[in-house]
Design a binder for this molecule. Structure first.
Ligand SMILES: [Zn+2]
Ligand SMILES: [Zn+2]
Ligand SMILES: [Zn+2]
Length: 190
């Protein structure tokens, strides 16, 4: 039993995939829309990015992602440290034997804590810059319709100017620390 598990709380199965979908990606999903599954730059293990991460262990820890400014992700349940039998060959009196020993293994709580050093999407896109970012993406989509024949038209230039202005606003907000990278950490909750 993990020291982190809260007594009296019945935990379900470890759900690292849910952790992933309920964590940064879900927050970003609100940003980029449900069709989006952007995980670039989030340092997720490859199998998580591919959504193939399954775990058969019971969950030991209830936890959530928290940034320095108090933004939280969804509560998730993950496995923690556990003992596993590790098998290896060993020469005993000239004979190779299979021996097993018990080893402490990190659980998904420790794995995600270590790997998922992503930034808080809400600190990266605080209101109203989240809406501005969405607008910029819409303008960029509009602009693709102008390529290549109408690229030099006044209408296309007008969209480019709008995107540039939005970029300047974002830069100012970044300089002022309103937009910032805020690492998220995985912390146990009761
Ligand atoms: Zn697990
Ligand atoms: Zn934050
Ligand atoms: Zn922050």
């Amino acid at each position: 039993m993990s020291v982190l598990s809260a007594p009296g709380v019945i935990l379900g199965r470890c759900n690292p995939y849910g952790a992933e979908s309920g964590g940064p990606r879900r927050l970003l999903g609100g940003m980029y829309g449900p069709g989006s599954a952007r995980t670039e730059g989030m340092s997720l293990p490859e199998n998580v990015e591919q959504g193939e991460w399954a775990c058969t262990r019971r969950a030991d820890v209830r936890c959530r992602m928290v940034c320095a400014h108090g933004h939280t992700g969804q509560v998730m349940e993950l496995c923690s440290w556990h003992d596993d039998k590790v098998y290896s060959g060993e020469l005993v009196a000239g004979v190779l034997r299979q021996v097993s020993r018990t080893e402490r293994q990190r659980g998904h709580f420790e794995e995600i804590q270590k790997r998922q050093a992503g930034c808080c999407p809400r600190c990266l896109f605080p209101h109203p810059y989240d809406e501005l970012a969405r607008e910029v993406m819409a303008w960029q989509r509009q602009l693709t319709a102008y390529w290549p024949n109408r690229w030099r038209t006044a209408a296309a230039q007008e969209i480019r100017t709008r995107i540039d202005d939005a970029g300047k606003l974002m830069d100012m907000a970044r300089d002022a620390g309103i937009i910032h990278n805020c690492p998220m950490t995985l912390v146990p909750v009761s």
